[in-house]
Ligand binder design. Structure first.
Ligand code: SF4
Ligand code: SF4
Ligand code: FES
Length: 252
């Protein structure tokens, strides 16, 4: 039924262009089929709705056209970071990105670029989380501190603004050319921003270990300051600037 719909439009250009339909092009790949990746084009018609969230569109397609379409999501409000994908050429969160067919008749959705794909829009984040584990993302304290409450002054707490909001969505790392080519050596903007958060937390006592970890091989030095990472961050953070602070800390 869906194929018939597409044919109808492909054979009549005027109808195709002037119609009230808009077209969603979605990258597909299934590891259980011996097929190369392909695109599905879904023609949809919006009646009353003027603007929709991309995540709602994906749900609509999954529920009405193709239940085999796979994508990650959880919170649907920009908190969990799981719905990151490439939307019209831009890494973003599907639940925060809106689409208005008034301004464009086409919407193209890929998985995050330069990641291994598990299925359709779901990429493999194993390397990303292994790198996260490497930076020891927890408070490290000397033994004597263990039984005390961790008090922090207002100023000490204030310096964590612009860092604690990171939801580890990987939009920034997947937009970084340096990370594309050196994902096995370079930590990438997301993990470096997290490293900095622990490094400057007044309650943490492992500054030396944390900065000497960064001085090793290409973990930090592969950033070339192109700032793609900052342009795409859906939480409006500035990983490129944080990396510069880290370089200063680590004397790179
Ligand atoms: S810095 Fe921004 S883009 Fe990068 S992981 Fe954190 S929230 Fe996502
Ligand atoms: S500034 Fe650094 S981390 Fe950000 S995109 Fe450029 S090379 Fe990657
Ligand atoms: S569903 Fe959680 S950030 Fe989009």
């Amino acid at each position: 039924m869906f194929l018939q719909k597409i044919e109808k439009f492909l054979f009549d250009d005027s109808y195709y262009i002037n119609s009230n339909f808009f077209y969603i092009r979605i990258y597909r790949w299934n590891p259980y089929l011996s097929l190369n990746p392909w695109f599905n084009i879904f023609p949809l018609k919006l009646l009353e709705v003027k603007q929709v969230m991309v995540l709602d569109l994906l749900f609509y397609i999954k529920n009405n056209y193709d239940s085999t379409l796979v994508f990650r999501r959880s919170c649907r409000e920009g908190i969990c970071g799981s719905c990151s994908m490439n939307i019209n050429g831009f890494n973003s969160l599907a639940c925060l990105e809106s689409f208005n067919p008034k301004f464009s008749q086409f919407l193209t959705i890929y998985p995050l670029p330069h990641m291994l794909i598990l299925k359709d829009l779901v990429c493999d984040l194993t390397n990303f989380y292994n790198q996260y584990r490497l930076i020891k993302p927890w408070l490290i304290q000397k033994e004597t501190f263990n039984k005390k409450e961790n008090l922090q002054s207002k100023v000490d707490r204030f310096v964590l603004d612009g860092l604690y909001e990171c939801i580890l969505c990987a939009c920034c790392s997947a937009s970084c050319p340096s990370y594309w080519w050196n994902y096995d050596k370079y930590l990438g903007p997301a993990i470096l921003l997290q490293t900095y958060k622990w490094l400057i937390d007044s309650r943490d006592t492992a500054q030396k270990t944390r900065s000497s970890f960064l001085n090793n091989s290409l973990r930090l030095s592969k950033c070339h300051g192109i700032t793609n990472c900052t342009k795409v961050c859906p939480k409006n953070l500035n990983p490129a600037q944080i990396i510069n602070f880290l370089k200063y800390f680590s004397k790179i």
